[in-house]
Design a protein around this ligand. Structure first.
Ligand SMILES: [Zn+2]
Length: 72
């Protein structure tokens, strides 16, 4: 049996893939997330909101915010 070098996840877990470094797909996914520039993301999100803001009049909630991920 093979284990992930980072989280010691065994390769018996369904859907798990190891890369050439012996690191599982979950760890690789996590690493990729860390490299996301969240400030840039937020700016883009604000710009998107600004585009729709105000179309229902000031002071109303006019943004639908979809949040995904388990970071609460
Ligand atoms: Zn892992």
């Amino acid at each position: 049996m093979k284990y992930c070098k980072k989280c010691t996840m065994p390769d018996t877990r369904p859907g798990i893939v190891f890369d050439s470094n012996g690191v599982c797909s979950a760890c690789n996914h996590y690493e990729a997330r860390k490299n996301i520039d969240w400030n840039k993301r937020w700016t883009e999100f604000e710009e998107l909101c600004n585009r729709y803001r105000g179309c229902n009049g000031l002071g109303n909630y006019d943004c639908a915010i979809a949040v995904s991920g388990g970071e609460r």
